[in-house]
Design a protein around this ligand. Structure first.
Ligand code: ADP
Ligand code: F6P
Length: 324
């Protein structure tokens, strides 16, 4: 028989993402509407181990849907990677009467969720990361806001770059994943897009490309570089030395992770948050909520973590064709 869940906890973990607040709001309000009690856990798994836990009511999540960041705070917690830390976390949940938890974060956070689930605390993950790099879902909360923020910033850099007839390297976030870079590359009309999944480190090819586009009369040359490749400043110096064209590097950094979430992020976060609560009520555990093939869905965490996804070959090819 499915374990009855009466009190759920909610926490955000790993890097924050715009839309996390919309997800928290949805978890709290749907749980309350379904007759459950809700406890907020501050600062991710670290807050759980510190018993930084408080009762949440509908008012606690008023006026947050439009705010970036996470009202619960987030943290990275090494202790929770240990069996002792995980056991302590499960014991603390029991002490506070928490029999289900919604964890909003990325793959690392799901491993913590798996551990809690194994220790008898029903746990559901929600995909919260700007990187879009969670394989079991086509969509992650925060990506849309982040890519729009980056796109608008790049438009501005492109304006001044064209006026000065410069080459610009703009570094966007994504340590292991090039989704933000690919989307900005297409949306901003970049001449070169360097993705961790694809880049062959052939700088001479980029240099030849810049010289060619200058010969064609282009006044700018925009290179979108993903954080995972990095070294934008030294790349700019080498390109300037090789081409004689003034080259500047701009690292967009954390501005891409903040700001008011787009309608899409608020909407997906709201539906996903509700689904997490409803599957907890059904007695499900050890699952990640996602969006795949045009539908909201949930998948076993083990299965989800074993999946892989990468940059779509056709979309990457199109990005190359459009840059000519
Ligand atoms: P993300 O969730 O965005 O992938 P991290 O990889 O930094 O971010 O993970 C967030 C937190 O999840 C970690 O600080 C840690 O507390 C917890 N975590 C990560 N990996 C594990 C693991 N293997 N076992 C238990 N907890 C983990
Ligand atoms: O996962 C989101 C992300 O912003 C990545 O793009 C980036 O590499 C990383 O987080 C940076 O994390 P930190 O907050 O530890 O600097």
């Amino acid at each position: 028989m499915a374990k009855e869940v009466k009190t759920i906890g909610v926490l955000t973990s790993g890097g924050d993402a715009p839309g996390m607040n919309a997800a928290i709001r949805s978890v709290v309000r749907v749980a309350l509407a379904r007759g459950l009690k809700v406890k907020g856990i501050r600062r991710g798994y670290q807050g759980l181990l510190n018993e930084d836990i408080f009762d949440m009511n509908a008012h606690d999540v008023s006026d947050i849907i439009q705010r970036g960041g996470t009202i619960l705070g987030t943290a990275r917690c090494l202790e929770f990677k240990t069996p002792e830390g995980q056991q302590k976390g499960a014991d603390i949940c029991r002490k506070h009467g928490i029999d289900g938890i919604v964890v909003i974060g990325g793959d690392g956070s799901y491993r913590g969720a798996q551990a809690l689930s194994r220790l008898g605390i029903n746990t559901i993950g929600l995909p919260g990361t700007i990187d879009l790099d969670i394989s079991c879902t086509d969509y992650t909360i925060g990506f849309d806001t982040s890519v729009n923020t980056a796109m608008q910033a790049i438009d501005r850099v492109k304006d001044t770059s064209s006026s000065h007839e410069r080459c610009s390297i703009i570094e966007v976030m994504g340590r292991n994943a090039g989704y933000i870079a690919l989307w900005c590359g297409i949306a901003n009309g970049a001449e070169d897009i360097l993705l961790p999944e694809k880049y062959d480190f052939d700088e001479q090819k980029i240099i030849n490309n810049i010289i060619l586009s200058r010969k064609k009369g282009k006044t700018h040359h925009l290179i979108i570089n993903a954080e995972g490749i990095g070294h934008s400043a030294s790349m700019a110096r080498r390109i300037e030395a090789a081409t004689g064209i003034e080259t500047r590097a701009t690292i967009l950094g954390y501005m891409q992770r903040g700001g008011s979430p787009t309608a899409k992020d608020r909407y997906y976060a709201s539906i996903m948050g509700a689904r997490a609560v409803d599957i907890l009520i059904q007695g499900k555990t050890n699952r990640v909520v996602g969006y795949r093939g045009g539908q909201f869905m949930d998948v076993d965490i083990e299965e989800g973590l074993a999946m892989t996804k990468s940059i779509d070959e056709y979309e990457f090819e199109v990005s190359r064709l459009l840059s000519i």
